[in-house]
Design a protein around this ligand. Structure first.
Ligand code: AMP
Ligand code: GLY
Length: 416
């Protein structure tokens, strides 16, 4: 059986989704904000436009189902538009459901109001006085978080991004000019992990756990980025986690899906992704995302054995069953423009050789006169698999030299 599928988005995450749709006999239609060469070449038809301009989606009325990669259009209600205006079954959450990502305050309150574990001490603030009171109670070792979406770049953590009261206050003043609410929460210390799940609103199926590297440079130095790489292990767990840790995280996520249904009367359909931190005091929630992670999607989709379209359709039909993943390690490394993330060199030519013979995913690049050029954001991800993490890493490292341009990458992904 072949399905017509609409994919919204144009990063490496969406290129990975596009490959899976086509691999499972899908006919791909895509809506992108910039032409991703990998997705364009796989698509029967694609349109370029602002992803928040839903009117353009009317051109895709005849698809069998749709899936949305990035968070911004979800927050703006793209799933509501697709389902209600165009009658397209959609494997991504409705606007009210995706508040679990678009408002950090909503997510923290939802855990509290339902007596679920996972919240650090936190305070919802809307003024400088609120901030001062929070610091009086918690001390200066806190994280400062705007309430809304910031592409992973809005959080400031004591010791990483600020080191004294005045610096924290300067950031709070900037936030206050932009929006009304923010959260101050105690700084968590530990190791993070990404738990992505498929859900049809009742059943929740975990994907292999992934460790993501957000900082720009080796040794976890430099600014936060959209992420520089990630890995997963053949066990589908991570060496620093026990099975009890995974069970606690999954339990919170199952409850959240149940509660969202009660609160909003919509089922959670699609991917719910929890970013957690293992600390000496147990498992804490860092944030929820209403979509696949980028790059975490690249790790898990590379080893997903069950057909992607059948999994998506089973979520839409509230009939999600097993999803199988190969017992392999995966390693994903991003190549990014020189100067990224602070002063990225854009419009530089990238030469890609032999791309049919290894797993390459285009991210924020564009094509002009048959040449691939950089933008200000991440350029290309390379993924490798192996029976051990070392094998997966070596496969990535062997292929990276086939990509030439003014780019750099982290050499320590998967080493700690
Ligand atoms: P978020 O956008 O909430 O995922 O935050 C981005 C990154 O900031 C996370 O992946 C963590 O590394 C860090 N972070 C967020 N909240 C905290 C916290 N309470 N304590 C320590 N680090 C945090
Ligand atoms: N890997 C972080 C994110 O997708 O939000």
């Amino acid at each position: 059986m072949s399905y017509k599928v609409l994919l919204v988005g144009n990063g490496a995450r969406e290129h990975a989704i596009a490959k899976k749709i086509v691999e499972d006999n899908g006919i791909l239609f895509s809506y992108m904000s910039k032409e991703n060469p990998g997705i364009a070449d796989l698509s029967q038809k694609f349109l370029i436009g602002n992803l928040n301009d839903f009117k353009k989606l009317d051109h895709f009325k005849l698809v069998d189902y749709a899936i949305v990669g990035p968070e911004q259009p979800l927050t703006e209600g793209i799933a509501d538009y697709l389902e209600e205006k165009l009658d397209i079954p959609t494997c991504s959450p409705r606007k009210v459901v995706s508040q679990i990502e678009s408002s950090k305050i909503y997510a923290r309150k939802l855990l509290d109001e339902n007596n679920l574990p996972g919240n650090p001490k936190y305070r919802i603030c809307s003024s400088l006085d609120d901030f001062k009171n929070a610091i009086k109670d918690f001390g200066i070792e806190v994280a400062i978080k705007p309430d809304g979406l910031t592409g992973g770049k809005g959080v400031r953590v004591y010791g990483d991004h600020f080191s004294n009261y005045d610096q924290a206050k300067d950031y709070v003043e900037i936030l206050q000019k932009q929006q009304s609410q923010f959260i101050i929460e105690e700084k968590l210390m530990g190791k993070e992990f990404s738990l992505q799940t498929y859900t049809d609103g009742k059943t929740l199926i975990p994907m292999p756990l992934v460790k993501d590297y957000k900082r720009a440079f080796d040794g976890d130095k430099g600014a936060n980025t959209g992420s520089m790489g990630s890995y997963s292990l053949p066990s589908h767990s991570l060496s620093y986690l026990s099975s009890a840790d995974t069970v606690s995280a999954l339990k919170i996520m199952k409850k959240v899906v149940e509660i969202i249904h009660k609160k909003t009367s919509f089922s959670y359909i699609g991917v719910l992704y929890g970013q957690f931190m293992k600390t000496d005091n147990g498992i804490y929630l860092v944030e929820f995302n209403a979509r696949f992670g980028d790059p975490e999607a690249l790790n898990v989709l590379r080893i997903q054995e069950t057909g992607f379209n059948s999994v998506c359709l089973s979520m839409i039909d509230h009939n999600l069953k097993n999803v199988a993943f190969s017992p392999l390690a995966t390693s994903c490394v991003y190549l990014v423009p020189e100067g990224y993330p602070t002063k990225p060199l854009e419009n530089q030519i990238i030469e890609v050789k032999d791309s049919q013979n290894y797993d390459l995913y285009y991210a924020s690049v564009y094509r002009r006169d048959n040449q691939i050029l950089t933008t200000k954001s991440r350029a290309i991800a390379v993924v490798g698999t192996g029976t051990t993490l070392q094998d997966a890493r070596e496969s990535v490292m062997a292929n990276i030299p086939k990509i030439k341009g003014k780019l750099f990458y982290r050499k320590d992904i998967g080493l700690f």
